[in-house]
Design a protein around this ligand. Structure first.
Ligand SMILES: C[S@@+](CC[C@H](N)C(=O)[O-])C[C@H]1O[C@@H](n2cnc3c(N)ncnc32)[C@H](O)[C@@H]1O
Length: 256
């Protein structure tokens, strides 16, 4: 008889694969010698890209209904009001990773009237197309590139600002994405992000999208692990549903 803890787990996978399943935990609890965990296999990049391609024509309306238009505008405004996040480059290179339909980039460009060099990166070609059209309508030109946060098609220290709206949640190992962000940011560069938080509403998104919810302390640890400083959590208080779903963050890479 061993006293090894008994493991009870329930996993949902789509297909039998030769590789070990990459499980995003939905629920995980220790009860005495029991460890109960329930999780779903994460979508791979091809599955995610197909899903977002299919939703791209209605994504902008969807997030607007959740209040993210207003919430992103308030987040950008709140970051800009803090002197430690001041932009020093005359025409900053702004990169929105997982740009979706361009809501966060649009909010940034509408607030900062200075000209920016804007790049959008996404694994979904249809999302990139929508982002370009939506940003064009705001009078903002964006260069869009198909690519992943896990291997950004950008040179080291080439970006002044990284925008990141609800992308880390899709990753089993979000610290790998954070390391890529730190690589492409110039010294002194700024990250502005929104991340799903561990609330009941966040759990619905998690169930639908096989994402993970990330607590404020874990998010801050991820920024710190990426070597970023001046980390702040900024509640998305201007919109009720967006506030329940997500937390805003800002951080900076040390240096010039
Ligand atoms: C939840 S949506 C958010 C879109 C947009 N940032 C917003 O806030 O409305 C996630 C976006 O990230 C993209 N995405 C997911 N995983 C990605 C990855 N590893 N690299 C780049 N983009 C990714 C998806 O295609 C999708 O457009």
């Amino acid at each position: 008889m061993t006293d090894a803890p008994l493991l009870l787990s329930a996993l949902q996978t789509d297909q039998k694969t030769a590789r070990a399943p990459r499980i995003l935990p939905l629920f995980s609890k220790r009860l005495g010698s029991w460890h109960i965990s329930v999780g779903r296999e994460e979508y791979d990049a091809a599955q995610l890209s197909t899903q977002y391609d299919a939703l791209s024509h209605k994504w902008a309306r969807k997030i607007d209904r959740l209040g993210f238009g207003a919430a992103y505008a308030a987040l950008i405004q709140s970051v800009a009001a803090q002197p430690r996040y001041a932009l020093t480059t005359p025409k900053p290179h702004v990169v929105d990773i997982g740009i979706g339909t361009g809501a966060l980039a649009g909010a940034f460009c509408q607030y900062h009237h200075t000209p920016v060099h804007l790049t959008g990166v996404d694994i979904s070609p249809a999302m990139l197309g929508q982002a370009q059209r939506n940003l064009d309508a705001l009078g903002v030109h964006a260069t869009v590139i198909e690519g992943s946060l896990l291997a950004l098609p950008l040179a080291d220290e080439s970006c002044d600002v990284v925008l990141l709206g609800h992308v880390l949640e899709h990753m089993l190992n979000p610290h790998l994405g954070m390391a890529e962000i730190a690589r492409v940011l110039r010294p002194g560069g700024l990250v502005i992000s929104a991340i799903t938080r561990p609330t009941a509403l966040g759990a619905v998104i998690q169930l639908l999208w096989r994402t993970q919810r990330i607590s404020e302390s874990r998010a801050k640890a991820l920024f710190t692990q990426g070597g970023l400083i001046d980390i702040s959590a900024i509640p998305l208080a201007s919109a009720r549903l967006a506030h329940q779903l997500s937390m805003g963050y800002a951080a900076r890479k040390p240096g010039a």
